[in-house]
Design a binder for this molecule. Structure first.
Ligand code: TYD
Ligand code: MG
Length: 453
């Protein structure tokens, strides 16, 4: 049975007994492909304990201190890593094609090389000359990074064995192929096998490996989620087409906080760090207008202010539209339901559009109140008072729950010139250090106080 075909989802890697149009595991459509699983090698047999030897155990207290992390000097990148690169760690950097992964990693490679690491950048997508041209454009042609254009895993491992680098970047994992695996490059089986070989090699030899993975839409090629569980750290590089802003987000990190973000701007000469993301996300904001609300959020360890924009209009359709960019559609439905059930403000017959400005994606429940404020402001065609930030979680009863890190949010708001905060009850109220705190118990109170209805 070892070689019986299996049906594998190219998005999440789940195995299924038969083909179907939709993966039950991750819900994606048209991602299931038939693949022949890894052949068991001729010498393979099950492991028995009898012929092994007992391994030596050592105490936690007597192990040496781990080698220090290396900082690239790109602060936004180092912070997302949890304070620099951990030796012998495996990273995955996923993102849509064209978002800037190769650019980011070439810049990071050059920085790590300048910080003293021996770095090899292996491209399976571009010729070495093309990578060099990109480096020139980025002003990095002098950086001591070794380049290779190669996709054969065996050749790559041979090179790594001879060169003994500290860091290797594989761009991308979907182009790599192991010649002992009978599957096309990019298939789930190949991508898994290649990632397994590379991360195993890295751990054994004490080098760090970065795997670049394209998020794929069409389902022919395995996506980065297939290898997420094999690496220590998973980063996604996000951004909206047409916006220059890019967000590097840690979704898993064995060596630091997940949810940390780094903010970059794509320029003509590569990615530039954005030191104050709040300024950036608020930069396109004009005078206060109906539907626009500033949310004081927390991304990872940092406060970030961002503008939420809502548009509410009578629908010409029998089913009104609910369109969300940058927030969770289910959460929007919940806020609308609470507004209707607890405050008697219906949205039936109205199209609702919600957008997080600047291409940021937020997942905090603390955005609930800011979303409700934007929806009400759009519906009533009344702008919120100028220089106001809003945050707080809404429960199904309509009660408001305090958000974590209130003081950090307020500090950031103050720094950017905001003078009023609307927030849930539970802490100080009134005027404090340059900011007026309007504390509110529940959504009905909010509607009455802010919109006078
Ligand atoms: P790239 O790093 O190739 O994306 P990925 O590896 O994720 O597919 O980036 C591609 C885009 O970035 C491309 O549209 C050109 C743009 N770009 C710049 O705007 N400035 C630059 O300095 C570079 C190198 C690329
Ligand atoms: Mg690329």
């Amino acid at each position: 049975m070892a070689n019986a075909p299996a049906f594998v989802c190219t998005a999440c890697g789940a195995r299924h007994g038969k083909w179907s149009g939709r993966c039950e595991s991750c819900g994606e459509w048209n991602t299931i492909r038939e693949e022949t699983p890894l052949a068991a090698g001729p010498g393979s047999r099950s492991l028995g304990a009898a012929r092994g030897r007992a391994i030596e155990l050592s105490d936690l207290s007597t192990t040496e201190t781990p080698p220090p992390r290396t900082l690239s000097g790109i602060a936004e990148f180092d912070r997302v890593l949890g304070g620099g690169l951990v030796p012998a760690s495996a990273l995955l950097v996923g993102g849509d094609p064209g978002i800037g992964k190769s650019t980011l990693l070439l810049q990071a490679a050059a920085h790590f090389a300048r910080a003293g690491l021996k770095v090899i950048y292996i491209s399976g997508e571009e010729a070495a000359a093309q990578v060099r041209m990109r480096a020139q454009r980025l002003g990095l042609e002098q950086a001591p990074v070794r380049l290779a254009a190669e996709t054969n895993l065996r050749d790559i491992l041979t090179t790594l064995d001879a060169e003994r680098p500290d860091l290797v970047i594989i761009d991308s994992i979907q182009t790599m192929w192991a010649d002992n695996v009978e599957s096309a490059p990019g298939s789930v089986t190949q991508v898994r096998a290649a990632a397994h070989e590379l991360t195993g090699f890295a751990k054994r030899r004490g080098l760090s490996v970065v795997l670049v993975g394209h998020v794929t839409k069409e389902g022919q090629i395995a996506g980065p989620r297939v290898v997420e569980h094999m690496v220590d750290t998973v980063l996604y590089f996000e951004g909206e087409r047409g916006h220059p802003f890019r967000i590097l987000r840690a979704v898993k990190n064995r060596f630091g906080p997940a949810d940390e973000i780094g903010v970059f701007e794509m320029t003509g000469t590569g990615l530039a760090e954005v030191v104050n993301p709040s300024e950036l996300f608020l930069s396109e904001r004009g005078t206060p207008s109906p539907g626009s609300v500033v949310f004081a959020g927390i991304e990872g360890t940092r406060p970030v202010l961002v503008e939420l924009q809502a548009l509410v209009a009578p629908t010409p359709h029998s089913q009104p539209r609910r369109t969300v960019v940058g927030w969770d559609g289910g959460r929007l439905a919940m806020v609308l339901a609470v507004l209707e059930a607890r405050c008697g403000i219906p949205f039936a017959g109205l199209d609702v559009y919600l957008n997080v400005a600047g291409g940021l994606r937020i997942s905090e429940p603390a955005a609930d109140l800011a979303v409700a404020a934007a929806l009400l402001s759009a519906r009533e065609d009344a702008a919120l008072p100028a220089e106001t930030v809003v945050f707080g979680e809404i429960s199904l009863s309509g009660a408001l729950r305090p958000a974590p890190q209130t003081e950090n949010r307020l500090k950031e708001a103050r720094k950017l010139g905001f003078t009023t905060a609307i927030l849930p009850e539970g802490g100080k109220t009134g005027f404090d250090r340059g900011i007026r705190r309007t504390a509110i118990a529940d959504l009905t109170g909010f509607v009455g106080q802010v919109f006078g209805t």
